[in-house]
Design a protein around this ligand. Structure first.
Ligand code: ADP
Ligand code: MG
Length: 211
């Protein structure tokens, strides 16, 4: 349930050319597709919104708070409170069951895991019956559904997903995309999915195009 606003945001890697981003005005509980060719700056923009990178210029406001004015320790706390992330590849510990992986991840951020919330979430994602299994025994589609659970576990207001469907076949791509949009909708989470995957275009009403 978190809004995102950017103004004149730009970022320059050392020795690189400046990346200038369009102004965003993303309302609470909206789902957006962030698209553009490889190298257009999609990952950079997600990392700016997540507070992993600090903009060279411009303003980023999340939930009414000017994020680029925060100190590094405040930024870490802000990210832990507001942002969940999904990546192309899922990152789970091989030796632990999915259930234990999720508990471990929740505790890493200093939160006490809300088990009731987690069990309900796994049911809503259709993966509760897989939660005793270890990562190596699951398909990439199943693992990506657990990645949504991982991103949601600390109850963020925003989920940022970076090329989450690149390793999925058409059926799993569609299923994953419908699921992440549906879950974010029902949990009042603002969603941005960055991808060059043209299969996702028809699933989103709102699009940010980078050139
Ligand atoms: P996308 O996710 O759309 O493929 P990126 O945000 O990864 O785009 O990259 C945008 C531009 O910044 C590209 O030209 C890329 O080469 C450059 N870039 C990305 N990461 C770094 C980095 N760590 N150091 C220097 N240049 C980078
Ligand atoms: Mg990228």
């Amino acid at each position: 349930m978190t809004s995102i606003k950017t103004e004149n945001l730009s970022f320059q890697y050392p020795g690189g050319k400046a990346l200038n981003f369009p102004d965003l005005q993303i309302g609470e509980n909206e789902s957006w597709l962030l698209t553009g060719n490889s190298g257009s700056g999609k990952t950079t923009l997600l990392h700016l919104i997540a507070g992993i990178l600090i903009p060279t210029n411009g303003a980023l406001t999340i939930a009414g708070k000017l994020v680029n004015a925060l100190k590094p320790t405040e930024l870490d706390a802000f990210r832990a409170q507001h942002i969940g992330m999904v990546f192309q590849k899922s990152y789970f510990i091989d030796a632990l069951s999915m259930h234990k992986n999720l508990l471990y991840f929740a505790e890493l951020s200093g939160n006490k895991a809300d088990r009731e919330f987690m069990n309900k979430l796994l049911t809503n994602l259709g993966i509760a019956q897989l939660s005793h299994k270890k990562p190596a025994t699951l398909s990439s589609g199943e693992l990506q559904r657990f990645s949504i659970a991982r991103a949601m576990i600390n109850k963020p207001g925003i989920i940022l997903a970076d090329e989450p469907t690149s390793s999925l076949d058409d059926d799993n791509c569609k299923r994953f995309t419908e699921l992440i949009i549906g879950i974010c909708n029902s949990y009042n989470v603002t969603l941005i999915v960055a991808t060059h995957d043209a299969r996702l275009k028809k699933e989103f009403v709102n699009t940010i195009q980078l050139n």
